[in-house]
Design a protein around this ligand. Sequence first.
Ligand code: SAM
Ligand code: SF4
Ligand code: SF4
Length: 335
Amino acid sequence: MDINDRLRRPLRDLRISVTDRCNFRCHYCMPADIFGPNYDFLKKNMLLSFEEIYRLAVVFRKTSGIKKIRITGGEPLMRKDLPILIEMLASIDGIEDIAMTTNGSLLPKYAKALKEAGLHRVTISLDTLDNRRFKKINGRDVSVDTVLKGIDAAEEAGLGIKINMVVQKGINDSDIVPMAEFFRKKGHVLRFIEYMDVGNSNGWKLDDVFPKKAIIERINGVMPIEPIDPNYTGEVATRYRYKGTDEEIGIISSVTDAFCSTCNRSRLSAEGKLYTCLFASKGHDLRGPLRNDASDADMAKIITNIWSNRNDRYSEERTEHTKRSSKIEMSHIGG
Ligand code: SAM
Ligand code: SF4
Ligand code: SF4
């Protein structure tokens, strides 16, 4: 039941954004001067309802055999009653893994309910342990402690935990080693993400990227690491372990070492558009047909068609010349 795209990549992974809103204003994702009080966020009736998301997930499962779903946003925990959606998705036969990417700030309130609803894992984003820098990055005066409390709550609830750190040259590259040391001690896998040119609002420059090679050098200088095999084909993070241990870190190097050839992820936006690439300028509307009485078989046909025609490989082709001028914002499809 595999669906392959034009570059023979199967559809394996479904990422669902449940809201375009967020309680942070990270300058690389939703800069406060653009995402201000007058920003035109999606209205409630434009969002896919939980029933619509569930129905699409069932069709995706039956059509492509996906086993994994990741919930993201915006900040997914800003969506009211999210544990109810998790419970619905967890009830789908054959869905074995449900994960969520979150800024962690609301986990103290929801971690337990999410776990009980059937969530397996969370990836929590944190870019620094330095309070002053963190407040500057998140644009909302949120302290590091708030996120650390979220991580503790996830741990207490029994959720699997990974930490994501976006590294920007000259902004938080000095935090690479302190973050590595801290999360090694805590026993959580930390993944370093190269700063990417997603969306149109963060003013990205290649010069701002702190490359994978330099991240490895920094860590090697203090705690030697060695590469380890991927867990599965299409894993975006290259894995390393501290030499002589099974303590792991990962690096997601979308800019300096692209991995398009194994990219098997589809992304559903909160308003029901399907994106076949993080850097796409256009999504395919699934909400329209859903609300116009399309049958499950019709929806399956639409999804198969979209995926089989896919030939995206933006990161492999990225140059100044191919930089697209109108790309979907990260807060719409959630990374
Ligand atoms: N709000 C949640 C969070 O921050 O984890 C989920 C959505 S957020 C868009 C998903 C991930 O994308 C986060 O780990 C965030 O750090 C990352 N991200 C956002 N903008 C990015 C950029 N320009 N380059 C690299 N990663 C980015
Ligand atoms: Fe919000 Fe996540 Fe984007 Fe930061 S990275 S603004 S927390 S959606
Ligand atoms: Fe996949 Fe697009 Fe990223 Fe390449 S650039 S890995 S095709 S999402």
